[in-house]
Design a protein around this ligand. Structure first.
Ligand code: 6PG
Length: 251
């Protein structure tokens, strides 16, 4: 990482989720005042699901023009459509179903990483290829993906972000925005992930991490540990990089 992320510490996990939700909504509102459509990339994990639930409950959501928001994912578990392990399914339950039903988010603006059995896709590499084509359709000239206005990332205790794991081949992938991932140390073993190339052309990247089990990972990021050991240390937005923490993860 070239620049240190800005660190924001909230007192506990609940406030981390609610403050991140408010920050998300204000950021989308601000981005919409500059350009439309706005492209937002989500990820999975318990903390991000809590953030999505908090967005659904925050009255500021009414100030967003959801018809001009596109939703993408930073990574996905390669399991079939409708499986409760899918980051997409969890995001739909926490927020997206509500936004489509009540707030005017068009279903066609939700860009999922396909699972096995969808559109003839059988492998994670095929899913990544299809996602690369979809990303390219919304990318500016010369880019492989949209310059996401906001990309949210969780972080594992092993310092992974998206499905880019320490020591894994996905860390080295260049020239494409999304890649298939095999043998993930965190189940399920087969996944699809954005690459650093796509992540680091995002305007704003926020790593959201709570809980004492993340404290060592936070330290590794702030110490600029080598990316091969600490993938999260390789993340940088072109305009903003935030590390959003609770008191336990900041300890
Ligand atoms: C996954 C998850 C994962 C998650 C982090 C943080 O695909 O398995 O998306 O990458 O984002 O492990 O998870 P928690 O927020 O639950 O700690």
């Amino acid at each position: 990482m070239t620049d240190q992320p800005i660190v924001v510490v909230h007192p506990d996990g609940d406030l981390l989720a609610r403050a991140t939700a408010a920050r998300f909504l204000l950021t989308v509102i601000d981005a919409q005042s500059v350009t439309t459509p706005v492209h937002v990339a989500l990820t999975g994990g318990s903390i991000l699901v809590n953030v999505l639930r908090a967005i659904a409950e925050d009255p500021l959501r009414e100030a967003v023009d959801w018809s001009n928001v596109h939703i993408w994912w930073g990574d996905e578990r390669f399991v079939p459509a409708g499986d409760g392990d899918r980051n997409e399914v969890q995001a739909r339950e926490a927020l997206l179903d509500f936004l489509v039903a009540e707030c005017g988010l068009p279903e066609e603006n939700i860009h999922v990483m396909a699972g096995p059995g969808t559109n003839g896709i059988e492998t994670a590499d095929q899913s990544a290829k299809a996602y690369n084509e979809e990303l390219a359709a919304f990318a500016p000239e010369g880019k492989s993906a949209p310059e996401f206005d906001l990309l949210l990332l969780g972080m594992g205790p092993d310092i992974h972000v998206a499905s880019l794991f320490p020591g894994h081949a996905g860390l080295e992938v260049t020239g494409v925005a999304a890649t298939g991932v095999q043998d993930s140390p965190k189940p399920p073993p087969t996944r699809v992930s954005l690459t650093f190339e796509a992540i680091n052309q995002a305007k704003r990247v926020w790593i959201v991490a709570g809980g004492a089990e993340k404290a060592d990972a936070v330290r590794a990021v702030l110490n600029n540990s080598p990316i091969a050991e600490a993938p999260a240390a390789g993340v940088a937005g072109t305009q903003e990089t935030l590390l959003l923490l609770d008191a336990a993860s900041a300890s």
